[in-house]
Design a binder for this molecule. Structure first.
Ligand code: PBG
Length: 327
């Protein structure tokens, strides 16, 4: 006995009943906000392809962090644009490196704000690849040593969470061992576990000045058609000690987010990447879509798929809307 006894529309009849039966709630506390830090002074440089996002120098951080905290955002993810690049990315493990200085600056103002350091060499190498180059390819095992140096240096500066984004094999276990050997047993590792070789990273490579100078990243990042391989990647990273695993990008990979959540029930982050941001900003600026509603719908979908937390350039915009709705 279905219709007319059952009527699905009863529970859609008013905003209040819709709220009562709503299955997914977005919260400001789900968001992680990425920041691009530059070494020089007095820089607040807009990123052309990402309206509303800037490259900031360390001296500009205090104001930015105040705004972020006032909105209720609890975590930031740091990317560095170093003063120099070389073949091995040595600027990434200098004690006075740009991210190290940013971590100290943030921690001196706001010790409670969670600081996540993206651990990867592509912003620091002159060839733009995420590791040590040998015979025109990234040498996996030699790269692990470099990543561990970078990770240790970030943690030494006060970083709470290390987020390796390079997709080398074995790096989670390698970095975990190095951290433990240096008495950093309590440092959290958030692994970019299932990271695809995606064209959605285009605007980021302008923002972080990290485009590869030859070839592409397809020998280390995942092939977009694969999902069973993503489950293997996540399984390995959990076994190696990842506290949080990540799927990246998010919007075109909701099936992967759901599969990872269902299979492992492990704390799960999704990265709502630069291209996903720029598409919505551009269409919104043209008046082709309602930017605010599309933003919320997208973020809600990522959460509905199973993400516990979302790294998003929309964090501040979305926080403003959610805080307004609360009042
Ligand atoms: C570094 C890194 C990238 C992103 C995050 N960390 C770029 C890449 O892998 O090419 C992309 C983030 C975004 O597009 O928002 N390896």
């Amino acid at each position: 006995m279905s219709f007319p006894r059952n009527r699905m529309r009863r529970l859609r009849n008013s905003e209040n009943i819709r709220r009562l039966v709503r299955e997914t709630a977005l919260s400001v506390e789900d968001f992680i906000y990425p920041l691009f830090i530059v070494g020089q002074e007095g820089v607040k440089q807009p990123i052309q392809s990402m309206p509303g996002i800037w490259q900031l120098s360390v001296d500009q951080l205090a104001a930015e962090i105040e705004e972020i905290m006032a909105l209720g955002i609890k975590a930031v993810l740091l990317f560095g644009l170093p003063e120099y690049k070389d073949a091995v990315g040595s600027a990434s493990w200098q004690d006075n490196g740009v991210v190290q200085r940013a971590i100290r600056e943030i921690k001196s103002h706001s010790p409670d704000l969670l600081v996540i350091g993206d651990v990867c060499l592509c912003e620091y190498t002159d060839h733009g690849h995420c590791g040590y180059i040998e015979n025109n390819d990234v040498n996996n095992d030699k790269t692990l040593e470099l990543l561990a140096r970078q990770a240790l240096s970030y943690v030494g500066a006060g970083c709470d969470i290390i987020a390796p984004s390079d997709m080398m094999d074995g790096r989670i276990g390698f970095i975990r061992e190095e951290l433990d050997a240096n008495n950093y047993q309590d440092t959290i590792i958030m692994s970019y576990a299932a990271k695809y070789a995606s064209a959605f990273y285009g605007p980021f490579r302008e923002a972080a000045d990290s485009a590869p100078q030859f070839g592409d990243r397809r020998t280390y990042q995942m092939d977009p058609p694969n999902i069973r391989e993503a489950l293997r990647e996540v399984k390995l990273d959990i076994e190696e000690g990842a506290d949080i695993v990540m799927v990246k990008p998010a919007l075109a990979y909701l099936d992967v987010i759901k599969a990872v959540k269902d299979e492992f029930n492990h704390p799960l982050a999704a990265y709502n990447v630069s291209g996903e941001y720029s598409m919505i900003k551009a269409a919104g600026m043209k008046g082709w879509i309602d930017e605010e509603r599309v933003m919320l719908e997208m973020l809600t979908a990522i959460k509905r798929a199973g993400a516990d937390m979302i790294i998003t350039y929309f964090a501040k915009d979305a926080a403003r809307v959610l805080n307004r709705q609360k009042m």
